[in-house]
Write a protein that binds this ligand. Sequence first.
Ligand code: F6R
Length: 261
Amino acid sequence: MEIVILPDNQAIGSLGADAVEDLLRRKPDAVIGLATGSSPLAIYDELANRYSNDRLSFAKARGFTLDEYVGLPADHPESYRNVIDKDFVSRVDFAPGAVRGPDGLAQDIQAACAGYEEAIARAGGVDLQILGIGTDGHIGFNEPGSSLASRTRIKTLTRQTRIDNARFFGDVLDAVPTHCLTQGLATIMSARHVLLVATGAGKAEAVHHLVEGAVSAMWPGTILQHHPHVTVLLDGAAAGRLQLADYYRQTYLAKPAWQGI
Ligand code: F6R
């Protein structure tokens, strides 16, 4: 796991966008895993800028989102499908239908989840997965206690996650759905490169467990310690509880530029 502690969100956006740009140069039809939420916004903004400046194109790329609320109407502004369209997909040149998400309105939830796994596999798997992490350590919506071997399925959101996300629902806790469909931890682990972003002191405890804690279903993101290629982009506040923060800073400063992330 490579830990990169950066001065601010802008630096995170720039380095994260570099990873996507490098990938698209090597592989224009790359498959990108897209997280919703606040954490990846700086990366999406920077990618949209680079697209506007003709530096990169998503015309041949494909995307898969991580998760979706169950039961939100298709036109609800907070459905993750609509959020990712607004925050990123509509700002670049993905082909129509090139970005898919789990179907939170499916009649047959199990078939929809199995179909989502098949679609990811048919696309050749995810090349680069952009991730955030919840204050309770979830990745995707794999809440504490999730099977470390899980695949896409329905999950119940914890009260903490619903409180955290109430800001998107007019601060009304009851308006936040109770269930979601999410890629499982094993699904996320199948991505070839995982780029996780965390900012702010509220994430410091989750980041502490993610990077330096024991692997445990109680802190689901810790499964990433078993992944061969994870890059964690942090600001100073999110890195605030890391025991080896100075070592991570020195290591990154001394890293040869050709290595990339
Ligand atoms: C979103 C997702 C979640 C978020 C996490 C952090 O698709 O899967 O795991 O990444 O809840 O959310 P933010 O970035 O809003 O703090």
